[in-house]
Design a protein around this ligand. Structure first.
Ligand code: UPG
Ligand code: 3PG
Length: 316
């Protein structure tokens, strides 16, 4: 990990317990807070999540908004009954041609919310607790230099304590380490739980569908620099997992997101500057241990050139 990332990680990582709701309510002052849940077919979980936020975070959260992302079930009705303000994704900014997916839901939420701080939370979380939101608000409400706070957590999957995050581990983290080593300190770069200042969120593009989190990290880094990021350990999080086949589509969207940013930043086609270290994280007590490995690869020429040279290295 780059020394400046190590330093950022130590300084800017906190945990949800560091931010008691009472202290946040005092720190909040005139700052308003919106919580947004993008939801497609989440009738089983969305009502509970909305209810917990409204009941337990009334002193810090000013509005809870669900963006119904073209659900085919009664997600919208369940969310409204639980007390959320509900907007149909395609009904927001109707003069624009509708685009698909989660990133579109999040982008459009900025047009129907008013909070100075906007917190995004997935609507499929099982065993939801309000600290998943209050933790994210901590760094933003108490430190004016923080523009964006990203959650991290353990990801149990099918009884395996940290078996989740398949796209994160197999696609997003290696891409980030290769091309944006400044972002390698994010334990869960694709986490759907994060909060940002409106002043920053309204100044970056949002990729549609599942590329949105990847794009936000890269673009906010450009906009505000690493020190404007914070990371909050939210404990553990379980969601309704998708099939490996469906995750293939998500992985492809993350790759497209990375490709578009490499192109924009003029990094495509350049091997120079690629980082060949992969930083992964293991839970270690209350924190995380970085496990760093060398992922560099070499290249041998076609064998016939070697045999023709009698086993000598072929010339350039
Ligand atoms: O078209 C869509 C698809 C999903 N969602 C909602 O977005 C949230 C996350 O979607 P999900 O399919 O559960 O994503 P995950 O498999 O959990 O993917 C992880 O990785 C994604 C890619 O970075 C992130 O967007 C997710 O937040 C993160 O949890 C849920 O509330 C969904 O209902 C929408 O609003 N619209
Ligand atoms: O973030 C991810 O990698 C995807 O959401 C997949 O997560 P899962 O492997 O825990 O289902």
């Amino acid at each position: 990990m780059l020394p400046e990332v190590q330093s950022w990680f130590r300084r800017r990582t906190s945990c949800a317990a560091d931010w008691p709701v009472g202290e946040l309510a005092e720190a909040k002052g005139q700052t308003s807070v919106s919580v947004v849940l993008p939801a497609r077919d989440e009738r089983d979980t969305v009502g509970h999540i909305v209810g917990v936020i409204l009941r337990e975070l009334a002193d810090v959260v000013d509005e809870v908004v669900v963006i119904d992302s073209c659900s085919t079930d009664d997600t919208a009705a369940v969310a409204a009954r639980a007390g959320a303000e509900v907007h149909a994704q395609d009904a927001i900014l109707p003069e624009l041609r509708p685009l698909d997916g989660k990133g579109e839901a999040l982008w459009k939420s900025l047009a129907v919310t008013s909070g100075d701080i906007v917190a995004f939370v997935d609507a499929d979380i099982r065993g939801f607790r309000s600290s998943l939101v209050s933790g994210l608000l901590g760094p933003l409400l108490t430190d004016g230099t923080v523009a964006y706070a990203k959650g991290c957590y353990d990801r149990p999957l099918d009884g395996v304590s940290n078996g989740g995050g398949r796209v994160t581990e197999l696609v997003a983290r290696p891409l980030i380490n290769l091309h944006w080593p400044e972002l390698a300190g994010f334990v869960q770069p694709l986490a759907g739980e994060y909060a940002g200042r409106r002043t920053a969120l309204e100044r970056v593009p949002f990729l549609t569908r599942y590329g949105v989190e990847f794009g936000l990290l890269v673009d906010l880094l450009d906009l505000a620099g690493l020190d404007a990021f914070a990371q909050v350990d939210l404990g553990s999080r379980e969601h309704a997992p998708q099939t490996t086949e469906a995750l293939g589509g998500m992985a492809a969207q993350i790759m497209l997101a990375a490709h578009s940013r490499l192109l924009r930043q003029g990094k495509l086609g350049r091997c120079h500057g690629l980082s060949c270290r992969l930083d992964q994280f293991r839970r270690d007590g209350d924190g995380h241990r970085v496990v760093s490995s060398d992922v560099s690869i070499g290249e041998r020429p076609p064998m016939f050139t070697t045999l023709r040279c009698g086993g000598q290295e072929a010339g350039p």
